[in-house]
Design a protein around this ligand. Structure first.
Ligand code: GLU
Length: 445
């Protein structure tokens, strides 16, 4: 890291003690900033890095609710409204027991740059709770969501802050949250949440968008080497929304996806994933990976290690942060991986990224590769604002154009700073410059 940035980074760490994921996300961006401050020393003078690392507003609140046994439960809710230079705060909500302020801040920080790369008018935010929806009834999830929104609604608005889903928050949760917002405010303000149901203001392609977008980004990276998905083997970690639709698009482009996972383990299916079965198990039954294996003779549960031990030419980590470390990267490289695209947020550790870079593996960082989800959220906001809804083909075409544009912007930025092929640097720099210039235009605010 450049010396001038080192002291700013130390201050960020000291001001945000214990938030290791946030430190990791900031460090990654700062490590790309050396050439930027050389070319634009004014960013230092304007204290742009200090300003961008400090959220505009952080909200932490109590979420009390009653479970099915009549027992009172207390969770903690968060919304970090990180940056509104480019538009209303935008970013998902994560419901997972691992959630604490440091996780929400890393996600919110990343979201600023990701949203900037989409070219659409959205600022960066993230929120969520340490509530665990696993094993909870629909009624419990509803009561939790209603309590969560009873506090959060006052901070939201289509021009203020627009949440969506993330891990543990899908169509069901967005429905409960929107219902409570509408009830409290007495406003049918469709643009206040995205990821809505198709019958009540949602957008076609939103469900598929993150996974599809990640695969298109990978396809663009492969294209720079005259290569494609066709005939390649692939593994996709996770089996949530991102993973399922990454598998769908990768298969459509001719790849054979032979592995996926969840927090209970991983599956190897040498015949190629049966997507209908996977959707049935995960989307309909909310089951575990073993439920897939029991109904599929070509599939087996992984018995040792993790999904990255399965040899594949393309790897798409789509589960959660820091799920692919330096050793996993070395294993993938040894087994011939040529392309890695991050469907999840920050799934690769710094050691993993370094290993891929050294080995010359195409590496698409989350900020760029998984921006298709939030980009389609912005398309959903556009449709809501014009009281319109677009068909699947048109929306998918818009999303694909956005992903191709992000790839081009990131590749060109890396090239212009003398680091061709370095998508990490390209994404950090291109995302940062736009936000910093907008912040400067507004004065010291
Ligand atoms: N949670 C998603 C992300 O990480 C989507 C956010 C959104 O649609 O607002 O980008």
């Amino acid at each position: 890291m450049e010396q001038a940035l080192e002291s700013v980074f130390d201050t960020v760490v000291a001001r945000n003690p214990g938030e290791v994921e946030f430190h990791q996300a900031v460090r990654e961006v700062f490590e790309s900033m050396g050439p930027v401050i050389k070319r634009h020393p004014e960013f230092l003078e304007w204290k742009m890095l200090e300003r961008i690392c400090e959220p505009e507003r952080q909200i932490i609140f109590r979420v009390p609710w009653t479970d099915d046994k009549g027992e009172v439960q207390v969770n903690r809710g968060f919304r970090v409204e990180f940056n509104s230079a480019l538009g209303p705060y935008k970013g998902g909500l994560r419901f997972h027991p691992s959630v604490y302020l440091g996780v929400i801040k890393f996600l919110g920080f990343e979201q600023i740059f990701k949203n900037s790369l989409t070219g659409l008018p959205i600022g960066g935010a993230k929120g969520g709770s340490d509530f665990d929806p696993h094993g909870r009834s629909d009624g419990e999830v509803m009561r939790f969501c209603q309590s969560f929104m009873t506090e959060l609604y006052r901070h939201l608005g289509e021009y203020t802050d627009v949440p969506a889903g993330d891990i543990g928050v899908g169509g069901r949760e967005i429905g409960f949250l929107f219902g409570q917002y509408k009830r409290i405010t007495n406003r049918y303000e469709a643009g206040v949440l995205t990821g809505k149901g198709l019958d009540w203001g949602g957008s076609l392609v939103r469900k598929e968008a993150t996974g599809y977008g990640t695969v298109w980004f990978a396809e663009e990276m492969l294209r720079t080497r005259g290569d494609s998905f066709d005939g390649k083997t692939a593994t996709v970690s996770g089996s949530g929304n991102v993973a399922i639709y990454a598998i769908e698009k990768a298969q459509e482009l001719g790849a054979k996806v032979i592995g996926f996972s969840d927090s209970s383990g991983y599956v190897v299916d040498e015949a190629g994933v049966d997507l209908d079965l996977l959707k049935q198990v995960k989307e309909v039954e909310r089951g575990r990976v073993k439920d897939y294996v029991e109904r599929r003779s070509s599939a087996r549960l992984g018995t040792s290690g993790n999904i990255w031990d399965v040899p594949a030419q393309v790897a798409i980590p789509s589960a959660t942060q820091n799920e692919l470390n330096g050793d996993d990267a070395e294993t993938l490289i040894k087994n011939g991986v040529v392309c890695v695209a991050e469907g999840a947020n920050m799934p690769t550790t710094p050691e993993g990224i370094e290993a891929f870079k050294k080995a010359g593996v195409l590496f698409g960082p989350a900020k760029a590769a998984n921006a298709g989800g939030v980009a389609t959220s912005a398309l959903e906001m556009q449709q809501n604002a014009s009281r319109d809804s677009w068909d699947f083909e048109y929306t998918e075409k818009r999303l694909k154009e956005i992903m191709v544009n992000i790839h081009e912007l990131v590749a060109e930025t890396a090239e212009s700073y003398g680091m061709p092929g370095d998508y990490v640097a390209g994404a950090n720099i291109a995302g940062f410059e736009k936000v910093a210039n907008a912040m400067h235009a507004f004065g010291v605010v």
